[in-house]
Write a protein that binds this ligand. Structure first.
Ligand code: URA
Length: 211
């Protein structure tokens, strides 16, 4: 697994506003989108491209296009949905599939409750969107699900990660270079309810206004 922690003052600034418990949902949603666009810039550094010929008003030159098959963006329901707009702004030609994974609050295991993805993901570069990498269970389940269907590589974009969750994902996927995790920050720890500390609370509730 390769981990990339965004090191940029704008990312740090937006993240600090997200963490503030008094930031209202509309501002929170807007900032999540902006933050994801910044993270997506890093996350797509190795997106596959092909050379094409471009006729400019002056001359013919060689340009770059995204390769086929198109990248697949997979927001994890529900909180990952809040990241979709920020991602597709940067990657408008990507296809979007949905995966509904929820953690059982008793066992803290991820359970799949919805799936809207192509059966065959052969050769696909996949970008998983999940704001909080807490225990790592949801991300591991998503990564396995995508590779089982033939995905070529999987890049997970998260706003925050806990060291415990990162360690579990790393233990699960080992040193394979086709799994990337891009985060805005790695926080201190998980609390007893598996919330990230200091974190930003329940990302889904903060996005959608339920407390
Ligand atoms: N999910 C959240 O929304 N927040 C956390 O801190 C952990 C998991």
């Amino acid at each position: 697994m390769r981990l990339h922690v965004a090191d940029h003052p704008l990312v740090a600034h937006k993240l600090s506003v997200l963490r503030d418990k008094d930031t209202p949902s509309p501002v929170f949603r807007q900032l999540v989108e902006e933050l994801v666009t910044l993270l997506a810039y890093e996350a797509t550094r190795e997106v596959r491209t092909v050379e094409i010929e471009v006729q400019t008003p002056v001359a013919v030159t060689t340009g770059t296009h995204l390769a086929e098959p198109r990248p697949l963006v997979v927001p994890i329901l529900r909180a990952g949905l809040g990241m979709l707009e920020g991602m597709t702004r940067l990657l408008p030609t990507a296809e979007v599939g949905f995966l509904g994974l929820q953690r059982d609050e008793e066992t803290l295991q991820a359970i799949t409750y919805a799936n809207r993805l192509p059966d065959d993901l052969s050769g696909r570069q996949c970008f998983v969107l999940d704001p909080m990498l807490a225990t790592g269970g949801t991300l591991i389940a998503s990564i396995d699900y995508l590779f089982e269907r033939g995905a070529r590589d999987v890049t997970c974009i998260c706003l925050l990660a806990a060291p415990e969750g990162l360690a579990l994902v790393e233990k699960h996927v080992g040193d394979r270079a086709d799994v990337n995790v891009v985060v805005a920050a790695v926080d201190e720890r998980l609390d007893e309810k598996a919330y990230i500390v200091p974190g930003l609370g329940d990302a889904g509730d903060r996005l959608y206004g339920l407390v």
